[in-house]
Design a protein around this ligand. Structure first.
Ligand SMILES: Nc1ncnc2c1ncn2[C@@H]1O[C@H](COP(=O)(O)OP(=O)(O)O)[C@@H](O)[C@H]1O
Ligand SMILES: [Mg+2]
Length: 281
């Protein structure tokens, strides 16, 4: 049975009492094991929303944000919520705290009081999941950006979270690092059943998601699976987002009168559709 993991019910928020609302009437439901993309222009409220998901920000009233049935308005739930929802941030260099990779992964475990005997098994397990097991004695500063982000992910995984949030975690990486991180996270979702929330301003990262949530000025402007969301090309552009290259090219061809049977989200889709066109010429 599909289990609802995160539920948000009419969440609005402003940082300053006389300031503008940064989130406005957000309703959202995320199920266990889903890969969800939250996409939007700078300042659209993505990071603020993420902070509500792990109790860094607390709603004003009950029944607005709940994680696995725990209402984050209750202070006694916050510790549990933070263990369930781990977050990886943008800058890989700000996330390394120890002098070796294994100590870095151990850091969070020490904080939550995992017994010494259990710790090394958890560290090994987590490093394996991110394909970094042969680096356990390395100094973090010698690693590439993609490797550092995978270590940051391992540090969270070791705490056995249900949800992993990546807040623009690939935006400072080169294309290879970005792919490493996304592949790793993809496997965690599909093999380990961890729910992934990938926050990005890059629509290309969203095409394989189960659900895409498009944010604009603190509201959800579109949500659905990628095929549904990418139908709304104008709204995506209005939200300040650049369409993925295959979709952009498909658009240009449509303007010239070519007809397609489906939206081309990936290069593979585009190539397939172009072959079909060719056979009609
Ligand atoms: N700590 C803060 N105090 C006041 N305003 C903030 C704070 N953090 C973010 N904001 C404002 O809230 C809005 C949404 O920001 P943010 O959630 O960081 O958006 P995004 O992650 O989509 O770029 C922006 O206008 C930003 O300037
Ligand atoms: Mg942000």
């Amino acid at each position: 049975m599909i289990k609802e993991l995160i539920k948000i019910n009419d969440l609005s928020f402003k940082y300053e009492e006389d300031g503008e609302e940064v989130l406005r009437n957000i309703d959202l439901c995320i199920c266990e094991g889903e890969w969800v993309s939250i996409v939007g222009h700078n300042g659209s409220g993505k990071s603020t929303l993420a902070k509500f998901l792990n109790g860094l920000l607390i709603p004003y009233k009950p029944n607005v944000v709940s994680i696995e049935g725990l209402d984050t308005v209750n202070e006694e739930n916050i510790w549990e919520v933070r263990k369930k929802v781990g977050m990886v941030f943008q800058n890989p260099d700000n996330q390394m705290v120890a002098t070796t990779v294994q100590d870095d992964v151990a850091f969070g475990l020490e904080n939550i009081g995992v017994p010494q005997g259990e710790m090394s098994a958890r560290i090994d397990w987590a490093l394996k999941r991110v394909n970094m097991e042969s680096f356990s004695n390395y100094e973090p500063h010698r690693l590439s950006g993609g490797q550092k982000q995978r270590i940051a992910i391992a540090g969270i995984l070791a705490m056995r979270p249900s949800v992993l949030i990546l807040d623009e975690a690939t935006s400072m990486l080169d294309p290879m690092g970005r792919e490493e991180v996304l592949d790793t996270v993809w496997k965690l979702c599909k093999d380990e059943g961890i729910t992934i929330i990938n926050i990005t301003h890059d629509l290309e990262e969203t095409v394989h998601s189960d659900k895409v949530i498009v944010m604009k000025k603190g509201t959800i402007s579109i949500q659905g699976d990628p095929q549904e969301v990418f139908q709304h090309k104008e709204k995506l552009t209005e939200a300040g987002l650049e369409l993925p290259f295959p979709l952009q090219m498909q658009n240009d061809l449509m303007v010239k009168g070519y007809k397609f049977s489906t939206a081309c989200l990936t290069k593979e889709d585009l190539v397939n559709e172009l072959w079909k066109l060719k056979s009609k010429i």
